[in-house]
Design a protein around this ligand. Structure first.
Ligand SMILES: C[S@@+](CC[C@H](N)C(=O)[O-])C[C@H]1O[C@@H](n2cnc3c(N)ncnc32)[C@H](O)[C@@H]1O
Length: 269
């Protein structure tokens, strides 16, 4: 992930002011901590604070320990909160900024978290309500490999649509079902393609688990185990402007020959 490039542009926007990095859905916090390390390396932003938010208490715990060990020695104040990023108004430290504050804010949603939301644009509208003009937002998204709406092209470009998830992922994908779905007997996986998403140029591939239950526990259940949207960067930028988020820069990245992800830096207008 081009976090060093992101840090360079964020540093340029923030200058010598203080910066609060609000990591939404921080998970284990490793990417977010790496970003803050790059910000420290640039030595431009003088006063950094990192606040890690996740809905999972064990992940918040792990993220805090990792971040505090790595960046507190470099003078970064770290905080960690268990909470729901869909309800930021209830978390004043992430949503309220005193009018006199000279600090800048960078929200991050890394690890493709935004594309997992049921309604990504609604989330950005809600984040826009608590953000101030000039606040920054870093989103990490999967890039579309074919034009939205073209089922044949998407199916050709995305083997998972016909083949389902690879067997090597089955154990991982079935973990929550094995732990929490009492009475399950057998689990099979398949993919579902929604050729057009809410954002123009996007499509959605969901991974579904069909669960056969033991006799007497209900016949069959279907769970969505992964929701994955893919975006066209130019159409994404156009769609986010009316929501009050201007794209400052985006960096395609990935391991293959062709970048399959994009890191996007937005600014609240
Ligand atoms: C795909 S992971 C990304 C983790 C990390 N940012 C990374 O880059 O590896 C998404 C994270 O968001 C958290 N999450 C999901 N829904 C959430 C919610 N409503 N509020 C807060 N955290 C949430 C999950 O617990 C998970 O750790």
């Amino acid at each position: 992930m081009p976090l060093a490039e992101l840090a360079r542009v964020v540093s340029g926007c923030v200058g010598s002011k203080g910066l609060d990095v609000h990591a939404l859905g921080a998970g284990d916090g490793k990417s977010e901590t790496r970003l803050v390390q790059y910000l420290c390396d640039r030595r431009q932003v003088v006063d950094l604070r990192l606040c890690l938010l996740d809905i999972s208490p064990p992940l918040v715990h792990a993220a805090y320990r990792h971040a505090a060990d790595a960046v507190e020695p470099r003078g970064v104040a770290c905080f960690a909160l268990v909470g729901n990023f869909l309800d930021l108004r209830r978390i004043p430290v992430l949503s309220y900024r005193p009018a006199c504050s000279p600090r800048e804010r960078l929200y991050t949603m890394l690890g493709c978290t935004w594309q997992n939301l049921t309604d990504g644009p609604a989330f950005l509208r809600q984040l826009g309500d608590v953000a101030n003009a000039g606040d920054l937002l870093a989103l990490d998204v999967r890039l579309a490999r074919a034009p939205a709406g073209d089922v044949a092209a998407i199916t050709a470009a995305e083997p998972v649509v016909t083949q389902g998830p690879p067997p090597s992922c089955h154990e991982w994908l079935s973990g929550p079902i094995r732990r929490y779905c009492e009475g399950y007997q057998a689990i099979t996986f398949r993919a579902e393609l929604l050729p057009r998403g809410l954002v123009p140029g996007s499509y959605e591939i969901n991974l579904l688990a069909d669960v056969t239950m033991r006799p007497g526990r209900g016949e069959r259940r279907t769970y969505t185990v992964i929701r994955g949207k893919s975006y066209d960067p130019a159409q994404l930028a156009t769609a986010l402007e009316p929501l009050g988020w201007r794209t400052l820069q985006s960096w395609p990245y990935g391991l293959g020959e062709r970048p399959d992800h994009g890191l996007v830096l937005l600014q609240r207008m």
